[in-house]
Design a binder for this molecule. Structure first.
Ligand code: CP
Length: 336
């Protein structure tokens, strides 16, 4: 993303007081705000693997609008909203009237009329969440649940929570993101979050065809060799190969990919002895990760899913508070 786009995006997602009002991207948000989000998510964890019920969204309506498939994100947003005492509607887009030619804008206006307070949006087009945030009435918060190859900010923040809880402060950590970086909205959002939170070093590892073209702008270290890239890392994040976003045959094949870039026990021997292994899911066993690593003692893959509930509770409640503050200010101005 160019600087001006990042600036526009951060303007759209913050209110006049610099509080969150939409959550569209980790790009352009301050370390203080990201840390506040993580602290709030931490406060929702009860310390024994459970998540607290905190009725911050009682009487509010959250609508899940998923234009692309999802298992983890859609479900944990629903659980998160319910833990906050909100009403939740899952709109089945494939069964909606968009198939009868209704435009996205008209559909949003109709959903607004059904008294939605928050739209959680996943869409295949990069920029879809920003577009929707720019179209909705001012009292609706839009949360990006993944847009094209652009951003998946709640995934990035649940990964940050996982790292902070299990590896400690970011300033001491070297983090490697492995595989299909080019098509990954997760990688992009993680890179911005890790840099903002002050990670010591962020690496990306993969074949040149799957590395981002703008990595110099992103300020990450690039490795095409797994042994060199994994040397001494504290956190190794494997990514799924996004076949659905490949414009041409960028890959030789999944067995060739595994042979060079699969995250295996053998390859991890050069990493820190306490290396944390993460993956946003869905995993493809034997393609980007060895089963014994995915299920092994270093793996935090299912912890990530659990923390996702707390992070999504933090995002939903913070964005709603930002909207409420804006609405109160508007009403005050109108009364004057
Ligand atoms: N990690 C993630 O976004 O998974 P889903 O596609 O299942 O939501």
């Amino acid at each position: 993303m160019h600087h001006s786009h990042a600036h526009q995006a951060s303007r759209l997602q913050l209110n006049g007081e610099g509080r969150l009002r939409h959550f569209l991207s980790t790009e352009g948000l301050s370390r203080e705000l990201l840390t506040e989000l993580l602290d709030r998510a931490d406060s929702f964890l009860d310390g024994s693997g459970g998540i607290r019920n905190v009725p911050l969204l009682a009487g509010r309506t959250v609508m899940n609008l998923f234009f692309e498939p999802s298992t983890r994100t859609r479900t944990t947003f629903e659980v998160a909203a319910k833990r906050l005492s909100a009403d939740v509607l899952n709109i089945d887009i494939s069964k909606s009237s968009t198939s009868k030619g209704e435009t996205l804008r008209d559909m949003l206006w109709n959903l607004e009329a059904m008294t939605a307070d928050i739209f959680v949006v996943r869409h295949g087009a990069s920029g879809a969440a920003h577009f929707i945030a720019s179209q909705v009435t001012p009292d609706i918060a839009v949360i990006n649940a993944g847009d094209g190859r652009h951003a998946h900010p709640t995934q990035a923040m649940l990964d940050m929570l996982t790292i902070r809880r299990h590896a400690g402060e970011f300033s001491g950590l070297t983090v490697a993101i492995i595989g299909d970086i080019r098509h990954s909205r997760v990688a992009r959002s993680e890179i911005h979050a890790l840099q903002t939170l002050g990670a010591r070093e962020v690496r990306v590892i993969g074949p040149r065809t799957l590395l981002p073209r703008d990595f110099e702008e992103l300020g990450v270290k690039v490795f095409e060799d797994m042994a060199a890239g994994l040397a001494g890392v504290d956190v190794a994040i494997a990514l799924r190969i996004q076949n659905e976003r490949m414009e041409s045959a960028l890959l030789p094949g999944s067995s060739e990919f595994y042979a060079r870039y699969g995250l295996t026990r053998e390859r991890l021997k050069v990493a820190s002895p306490n290396v944390l292994v993460m993956h946003p899911g869905p995993i493809n066993r034997g393609v980007e990760i060895e089963s014994e690593v995915a299920d092994g003692p270093h793996s935090l893959i299912l912890k990530q899913v659990n923390y996702g509930i707390a992070v999504r509770m933090a995002v939903l409640s913070m964005a709603m508070e930002g909207q409420d503050a804006d609405q109160a200010r508007r009403q005050q101005e109108a009364a004057q």
